[in-house]
Design a protein around this ligand. Structure first.
Ligand code: PDD
Length: 291
Protein backbone atom coordinates (compact mmCIF):
# COMPACT_ATOMS: atom_id res chain seq x y z
CA UNK A 1 0.00 0.00 0.00
CA UNK A 2 1.43 3.35 -0.99
CA UNK A 3 1.85 6.03 1.69
CA UNK A 4 -0.06 9.26 1.29
CA UNK A 5 1.68 12.52 2.16
CA UNK A 6 0.22 16.00 2.59
CA UNK A 7 2.37 18.64 0.87
CA UNK A 8 1.27 22.27 0.72
CA UNK A 9 -2.42 21.68 0.21
CA UNK A 10 -2.32 18.38 -1.68
CA UNK A 11 -2.58 14.73 -0.68
CA UNK A 12 -0.21 12.71 -2.86
CA UNK A 13 1.32 9.23 -3.00
CA UNK A 14 4.54 9.74 -1.02
CA UNK A 15 6.77 8.78 -3.97
CA UNK A 16 5.29 11.70 -5.95
CA UNK A 17 5.43 14.21 -3.09
CA UNK A 18 8.12 16.83 -3.70
CA UNK A 19 9.49 20.05 -2.25
CA UNK A 20 11.10 22.92 -4.15
CA UNK A 21 14.94 22.99 -4.29
CA UNK A 22 14.86 26.56 -2.94
CA UNK A 23 12.78 25.62 0.08
CA UNK A 24 14.58 27.15 3.07
CA UNK A 25 14.14 23.92 5.04
CA UNK A 26 16.34 22.24 2.45
CA UNK A 27 18.91 25.05 2.15
CA UNK A 28 19.19 26.35 5.74
CA UNK A 29 17.41 23.79 7.95
CA UNK A 30 15.05 26.75 8.41
CA UNK A 31 12.18 24.63 9.63
CA UNK A 32 10.61 23.00 12.65
CA UNK A 33 8.90 19.67 13.14
CA UNK A 34 6.85 17.41 15.40
CA UNK A 35 6.57 13.65 15.70
CA UNK A 36 3.49 12.35 17.46
CA UNK A 37 2.45 8.83 18.31
CA UNK A 38 -0.81 7.35 17.02
CA UNK A 39 -2.17 4.52 19.17
CA UNK A 40 -5.51 2.84 18.45
CA UNK A 41 -5.90 5.42 15.67
CA UNK A 42 -5.80 8.26 18.22
CA UNK A 43 -3.00 10.73 19.01
CA UNK A 44 -1.00 10.79 22.24
CA UNK A 45 -0.95 14.29 23.76
CA UNK A 46 -2.11 15.99 20.53
CA UNK A 47 -2.58 19.39 22.15
CA UNK A 48 0.89 19.37 23.75
CA UNK A 49 2.50 18.70 20.35
CA UNK A 50 0.59 21.59 18.77
CA UNK A 51 1.50 23.92 21.65
CA UNK A 52 5.18 23.00 21.17
CA UNK A 53 4.95 23.39 17.37
CA UNK A 54 3.47 26.88 17.78
CA UNK A 55 6.15 27.74 20.34
CA UNK A 56 8.94 26.61 17.95
CA UNK A 57 7.36 28.70 15.16
CA UNK A 58 7.12 31.75 17.45
CA UNK A 59 10.69 31.46 18.65
CA UNK A 60 11.89 31.48 15.03
CA UNK A 61 9.39 34.19 13.99
CA UNK A 62 7.94 31.82 11.40
CA UNK A 63 4.31 32.15 10.33
CA UNK A 64 1.87 29.30 11.01
CA UNK A 65 1.10 27.33 7.84
CA UNK A 66 -2.48 26.66 8.94
CA UNK A 67 -4.85 27.41 11.81
CA UNK A 68 -4.85 24.84 14.62
CA UNK A 69 -8.27 23.65 13.40
CA UNK A 70 -7.15 23.21 9.79
CA UNK A 71 -3.95 21.46 10.90
CA UNK A 72 -5.94 18.99 12.98
CA UNK A 73 -8.13 18.13 9.97
CA UNK A 74 -4.99 17.50 7.88
CA UNK A 75 -3.42 15.26 10.55
CA UNK A 76 -6.70 13.34 10.95
CA UNK A 77 -6.92 12.92 7.18
CA UNK A 78 -3.34 11.63 6.97
CA UNK A 79 -4.03 9.11 9.74
CA UNK A 80 -7.23 8.03 7.96
CA UNK A 81 -5.79 7.81 4.44
CA UNK A 82 -2.77 5.82 5.66
CA UNK A 83 -4.90 3.54 7.88
CA UNK A 84 -2.64 4.17 10.86
CA UNK A 85 -3.66 2.20 13.95
CA UNK A 86 -0.30 2.28 15.72
CA UNK A 87 2.32 4.55 14.21
CA UNK A 88 3.64 8.08 14.02
CA UNK A 89 2.71 11.30 12.28
CA UNK A 90 5.53 13.61 11.15
CA UNK A 91 4.83 17.31 10.56
CA UNK A 92 7.35 19.77 9.19
CA UNK A 93 6.97 23.50 8.68
CA UNK A 94 9.62 25.37 6.69
CA UNK A 95 9.88 29.13 6.26
CA UNK A 96 9.07 28.76 2.58
CA UNK A 97 10.54 28.97 -0.92
CA UNK A 98 12.68 31.97 -1.92
CA UNK A 99 15.91 32.65 -3.85
CA UNK A 100 18.76 31.61 -1.54
CA UNK A 101 19.70 34.43 0.87
CA UNK A 102 20.38 33.98 4.58
CA UNK A 103 18.06 36.71 5.92
CA UNK A 104 14.32 35.98 6.07
CA UNK A 105 12.38 36.44 2.82
CA UNK A 106 9.51 38.95 2.60
CA UNK A 107 6.15 38.38 4.23
CA UNK A 108 4.64 37.29 0.90
CA UNK A 109 6.62 34.03 1.13
CA UNK A 110 4.33 31.48 2.76
CA UNK A 111 5.60 28.67 5.02
CA UNK A 112 5.53 25.13 3.64
CA UNK A 113 3.75 22.32 5.46
CA UNK A 114 4.42 18.63 5.08
CA UNK A 115 2.58 15.88 6.99
CA UNK A 116 3.39 12.18 6.63
CA UNK A 117 2.59 9.02 8.56
CA UNK A 118 4.38 5.77 9.37
CA UNK A 119 3.13 2.44 10.64
CA UNK A 120 4.68 0.99 13.80
CA UNK A 121 5.11 2.73 17.14
CA UNK A 122 7.67 2.33 19.88
CA UNK A 123 10.31 -0.36 20.38
CA UNK A 124 9.08 -3.90 21.02
CA UNK A 125 8.22 -4.92 24.58
CA UNK A 126 11.08 -7.43 24.61
CA UNK A 127 13.61 -4.61 24.01
CA UNK A 128 12.22 -2.73 27.00
CA UNK A 129 12.10 -5.85 29.18
CA UNK A 130 15.83 -6.36 28.67
CA UNK A 131 16.76 -2.68 28.75
CA UNK A 132 19.21 -1.03 26.37
CA UNK A 133 22.84 0.04 26.18
CA UNK A 134 23.72 3.68 25.56
CA UNK A 135 26.95 5.52 24.92
CA UNK A 136 27.84 8.98 26.22
CA UNK A 137 29.01 11.82 23.98
CA UNK A 138 29.82 15.50 24.29
CA UNK A 139 26.75 17.61 23.53
CA UNK A 140 27.88 19.77 20.61
CA UNK A 141 24.53 21.30 19.70
CA UNK A 142 23.53 24.96 19.69
CA UNK A 143 22.06 26.93 22.59
CA UNK A 144 18.41 26.62 21.54
CA UNK A 145 17.77 22.90 21.90
CA UNK A 146 14.33 23.84 23.25
CA UNK A 147 13.27 24.63 19.66
CA UNK A 148 12.31 21.50 17.71
CA UNK A 149 14.35 22.55 14.70
CA UNK A 150 15.08 20.28 11.74
CA UNK A 151 18.76 21.24 12.14
CA UNK A 152 19.61 17.83 13.59
CA UNK A 153 23.14 17.12 12.32
CA UNK A 154 24.71 16.76 15.82
CA UNK A 155 21.80 14.49 16.79
CA UNK A 156 22.26 12.30 13.72
CA UNK A 157 26.04 12.06 14.35
CA UNK A 158 25.35 11.04 17.95
CA UNK A 159 22.75 8.43 16.94
CA UNK A 160 25.10 7.07 14.28
CA UNK A 161 27.90 6.74 16.85
CA UNK A 162 25.44 4.85 19.07
CA UNK A 163 24.43 2.58 16.17
CA UNK A 164 28.09 1.83 15.39
CA UNK A 165 28.63 0.92 19.07
CA UNK A 166 25.52 -1.32 18.87
CA UNK A 167 23.86 0.95 21.42
CA UNK A 168 20.28 2.21 21.42
CA UNK A 169 21.04 5.87 22.11
CA UNK A 170 23.73 8.42 22.86
CA UNK A 171 23.37 10.37 26.10
CA UNK A 172 24.77 13.89 25.69
CA UNK A 173 26.76 15.82 28.31
CA UNK A 174 28.05 19.38 28.66
CA UNK A 175 31.70 20.25 29.46
CA UNK A 176 30.90 20.28 33.22
CA UNK A 177 29.52 16.72 32.98
CA UNK A 178 25.82 17.68 33.11
CA UNK A 179 23.63 15.26 31.17
CA UNK A 180 21.26 17.25 28.95
CA UNK A 181 19.28 14.56 27.12
CA UNK A 182 19.86 11.92 24.43
CA UNK A 183 20.00 12.32 20.63
CA UNK A 184 16.25 11.78 20.17
CA UNK A 185 14.89 11.24 23.69
CA UNK A 186 15.00 12.73 27.19
CA UNK A 187 17.30 11.25 29.84
CA UNK A 188 16.36 10.39 33.43
CA UNK A 189 17.98 8.76 36.45
CA UNK A 190 16.81 7.33 39.75
CA UNK A 191 19.00 8.13 42.76
CA UNK A 192 20.05 5.46 45.29
CA UNK A 193 17.31 6.79 47.60
CA UNK A 194 14.74 6.40 44.79
CA UNK A 195 14.25 10.00 43.69
CA UNK A 196 13.46 10.34 39.96
CA UNK A 197 15.57 13.10 38.38
CA UNK A 198 15.49 14.72 34.94
CA UNK A 199 17.01 17.91 33.51
CA UNK A 200 14.73 20.96 33.87
CA UNK A 201 13.16 22.43 30.72
CA UNK A 202 15.78 25.06 29.85
CA UNK A 203 17.24 25.95 26.43
CA UNK A 204 19.62 22.99 26.86
CA UNK A 205 16.98 20.34 26.16
CA UNK A 206 13.88 19.71 24.13
CA UNK A 207 10.87 19.83 26.44
CA UNK A 208 9.66 16.35 25.56
CA UNK A 209 5.93 15.74 25.37
CA UNK A 210 6.55 12.23 26.71
CA UNK A 211 8.77 13.74 29.44
CA UNK A 212 5.86 15.93 30.60
CA UNK A 213 3.42 13.01 30.48
CA UNK A 214 5.80 10.71 32.42
CA UNK A 215 6.48 13.46 35.01
CA UNK A 216 2.75 13.66 35.64
CA UNK A 217 2.36 9.87 35.75
CA UNK A 218 5.29 9.58 38.22
CA UNK A 219 3.95 12.31 40.51
CA UNK A 220 0.43 10.87 40.42
CA UNK A 221 1.87 7.45 41.34
CA UNK A 222 3.50 9.00 44.41
CA UNK A 223 7.14 8.95 43.29
CA UNK A 224 9.52 11.69 44.48
CA UNK A 225 10.53 13.64 41.37
CA UNK A 226 13.11 16.40 40.89
CA UNK A 227 13.68 18.50 37.79
CA UNK A 228 17.34 19.39 38.25
CA UNK A 229 20.59 18.89 36.35
CA UNK A 230 22.54 15.69 37.07
CA UNK A 231 25.96 14.63 35.86
CA UNK A 232 27.08 11.57 33.95
CA UNK A 233 29.01 10.54 37.09
CA UNK A 234 25.85 10.73 39.22
CA UNK A 235 23.93 8.72 36.60
CA UNK A 236 26.61 6.00 36.54
CA UNK A 237 26.28 5.64 40.31
CA UNK A 238 22.48 5.83 40.21
CA UNK A 239 19.98 3.08 40.88
CA UNK A 240 18.49 3.41 37.39
CA UNK A 241 18.76 5.35 34.15
CA UNK A 242 16.00 5.54 31.56
CA UNK A 243 14.89 7.42 28.45
CA UNK A 244 11.55 8.81 27.29
CA UNK A 245 10.27 9.95 23.91
CA UNK A 246 7.51 9.62 21.35
CA UNK A 247 9.38 6.81 19.58
CA UNK A 248 10.92 5.40 22.77
CA UNK A 249 8.05 5.43 25.29
CA UNK A 250 9.85 4.66 28.60
CA UNK A 251 13.06 2.71 28.01
CA UNK A 252 15.27 1.32 30.81
CA UNK A 253 19.03 1.82 30.27
CA UNK A 254 21.18 -0.99 31.64
CA UNK A 255 24.66 0.09 30.49
CA UNK A 256 26.43 3.36 29.77
CA UNK A 257 29.66 2.98 27.74
CA UNK A 258 29.68 -0.78 28.42
CA UNK A 259 29.52 -0.29 32.21
CA UNK A 260 26.41 -1.59 34.01
CA UNK A 261 24.02 0.64 35.91
CA UNK A 262 23.44 -0.88 39.37
CA UNK A 263 23.10 -4.67 38.85
CA UNK A 264 22.90 -4.32 35.05
CA UNK A 265 19.19 -5.18 34.77
CA UNK A 266 16.25 -2.92 33.86
CA UNK A 267 15.11 -0.84 36.83
CA UNK A 268 11.83 -1.42 38.61
CA UNK A 269 10.90 2.29 38.52
CA UNK A 270 11.48 2.50 34.76
CA UNK A 271 9.50 -0.69 34.13
CA UNK A 272 6.67 0.54 36.34
CA UNK A 273 6.57 3.93 34.56
CA UNK A 274 6.67 2.17 31.21
CA UNK A 275 3.66 0.08 32.21
CA UNK A 276 1.78 3.15 33.46
CA UNK A 277 2.61 5.04 30.27
CA UNK A 278 1.30 2.09 28.30
CA UNK A 279 -1.93 2.19 30.32
CA UNK A 280 -2.27 5.86 29.31
CA UNK A 281 -1.67 4.96 25.64
CA UNK A 282 -4.18 2.08 25.79
CA UNK A 283 -6.80 4.51 27.15
CA UNK A 284 -6.63 6.73 24.04
CA UNK A 285 -9.83 7.02 22.00
CA UNK A 286 -11.24 9.37 19.35
CA UNK A 287 -11.70 11.92 22.16
CA UNK A 288 -7.90 12.33 22.29
CA UNK A 289 -8.09 14.59 19.19
CA UNK A 290 -9.75 17.18 21.39
CA UNK A 291 -7.83 16.50 24.64
N1 PDD B 1 12.49 13.24 18.91
N2 PDD B 1 14.95 15.21 22.87
C1 PDD B 1 15.22 15.23 21.56
C2 PDD B 1 16.49 15.83 21.09
C3 PDD B 1 14.30 14.70 20.64
O1 PDD B 1 14.55 14.74 19.32
C4 PDD B 1 13.11 14.10 21.13
C5 PDD B 1 12.07 13.51 20.20
C6 PDD B 1 12.87 14.10 22.51
C7 PDD B 1 11.61 13.52 23.11
O2 PDD B 1 10.52 14.38 22.87
P1 PDD B 1 9.04 13.80 22.75
O3 PDD B 1 8.75 13.09 24.00
O4 PDD B 1 8.21 15.01 22.57
O5 PDD B 1 9.04 12.89 21.56
C8 PDD B 1 13.82 14.66 23.35
C9 PDD B 1 11.58 12.79 17.89
C10 PDD B 1 10.81 11.59 18.27
C11 PDD B 1 12.33 12.66 16.59
O6 PDD B 1 13.18 13.50 16.34
O7 PDD B 1 12.05 11.74 15.81
Amino acid sequence: MSHIAYVNGRYLPQRLAQVHIEDRGYQFADGVYEVMCIWNGAPADYEAHIVRLNRSLNELRMASPASDGALKLIVQEIVRRNHVEKGTVYMQVNRGVAPRAHAFPGASVKPSLIVTAKHGAGPSDSVAEHGVKVISMADMRWERCDIKSVGLLPNTLAKQAAAEAKAFEAILYLPDGTVTEASASNAWMVTPDKVIVTHPTTNAILGGVTRARVLKIAKDAGYAVQERPFTLEEARKGKEVFLTGTTTFVMPVVEIDDKPIANGGPGTVALDLRQRYRTYMDSLTEAAWDA
